[in-house]
Design a protein around this ligand. Structure first.
Ligand code: PLP
Length: 386
């Protein structure tokens, strides 16, 4: 108790353990963006020198991103982030690619769930949810069953990594199943782009999505990868930007920031992923030791994000106010995805895998900027708050 209070007094700064919601901007990314917020302000569609230099910056960013993901530059479209990319992929599969049935899962991000529900409500597509196993993984037998019984062309939209529990889908296995059944495959890779290497040339996927703010880039910029064999119609009409697909003057500095953040993440992947993984394991060990009643959600020892640790504590009068009390102690974590933080209304993901009402769930998610000292402080504080 005393040692905690000592630690407490030295932890006057906030501890940010919510990196799956968003990350802080890497100062090097800001440096790369700055010229495009200041002197290089030209409209990339202008034909004179101001325009040419910013057009060049966008096309270089596209080439950088494509090279890192092993895709063609023509397969990369810049968007306003994960949500827009996901909406576009799903809607295009129904409206342009002839898909009449959607297979998704109940633990997707709301960007996916609300989009597929909307298409279902408007009668544009029928909808099935694949079964989830108790460890949070997709039941692949059920997926195969759904794919083989449907008569209509299918869109399968399943996330690569779950933002609340961290489980990772085998994108190759699912992609090959989709190929076998002639289904279009979109994977929400918002939690994995910038955190894992991608080799899209050799990955059986039609659409993937990414958002810079999940890997120390700026907010409000993302990518949609559309495999070159897929032809969809324009998704924003207007001035013809993004090769006529998404009109509107480009988010120039955001796009430059996206590419720089991806470059840094890729260069330092080995070092940073090891460091973050060790931190996560350390926190899990400390929690088990100091709070034996803790439960880890998902499949934390197997195929999962090294950035996310989802834990549940027994519900009590004290622990019910946990997120609020953590905030009072300068600790930022969330109850699930960003939209449920604070309110802790109950996560649709946790309910789908483990509907135990007498628990309080907190997602801790880490970045390269976190330290063991922060973990010690958080675990000691949690011990007091449970
Ligand atoms: N998909 C997942 C898995 C996410 O974690 C997020 C993050 O909020 C999104 C989609 C939405 O991305 P964005 O915030 O860039 O719209």
């Amino acid at each position: 108790m005393h040692s905690m209070n000592n630690e407490l007094s030295t932890m006057s700064q906030r501890i940010y353990f919510d990196n799956a919601a968003t990350t802080s901007l890497d100062p090097e990314v800001l440096d790369a963006m700055m010229p495009y917020l200041t002197e290089k302000f030209g409209n990339p569609s202008s034909i004179y020198s101001y325009g040419r230099e910013t057009r060049m910056a966008i096309e270089n960013a596209r080439k950088t991103v494509a090279k890192i993901l092993n895709a063609q530059p023509s397969e990369i479209f810049f968007t306003s982030g994960g949500t827009e990319s996901i909406n576009t992929a799903i809607n295009a599969a129904i409206r342009d690619l002839g898909c009449k049935h959607i297979i998704s899962s109940p633990i997707e991000h709301h960007a996916t769930l609300h989009t597929v529900e909307n298409l279902y409500k408007t009668g544009e597509a029928s909808l099935s949810y694949v079964k989830i196993l108790p460890n949070g993984h997709i039941d692949l037998e059920d997926l195969e069953q759904l794919l083989s019984t449907g008569k209509e062309k299918c869109l399968v939209t399943l996330m690569h990594a779950n933002n609340e529990i961290g489980n990772i889908l085998n994108i190759h296995t699912v992609g090959n199943l989709c190929k076998k059944h002639n289904a279009v495959f979109h994977s929400d890779t918002v939690q994995t782009v910038g955190h894992f290497p991608f080799d899209l040339r050799n990955t059986p996927v039609d659409f993937i999505t990414g958002a810079a703010h999940k890997f120390h880039g700026p907010k409000g910029v993302g990518i949609l990868y559309i495999n070159e064999n897929i032809k969809i119609k324009p998704f924003v009409h207007g001035g013809g930007q993004e090769r006529n697909m998404r009109a509107g003057t480009e988010n120039l500095y955001g796009i430059v920031g996206f590419a720089k953040a991806l470059e840094i993440a890729t260069e330092n992947h080995e070092r940073d992923s090891q460091k973050i993984k060790q931190l996560k394991l350390y926190m899990a060990d400390q929690l088990k030791e100091k709070i034996p009643s803790v439960i880890f959600n998902g499949d934390p020892d197997c195929n999962c994000l090294y950035t996310v640790l989802s834990v549940s504590f027994p519900k009590s009068e004290k622990s019910e106010m946990l997120l609020f009390n953590l905030d009072i102690h300068n600790i930022c974590a969330s109850g699930g995805s960003a939209c449920t933080s604070g309110a802790n209304a109950g996560s649709h993901v946790i309910k789908s895998i483990n509907n135990v009402p007498d628990q309080v769930t907190v997602r801790f998610s880490f970045s390269k900027y976190n330290t063991e000292k922060e973990v010690d402080y958080v675990v000691n504080t949690l011990k007091e708050l449970i």
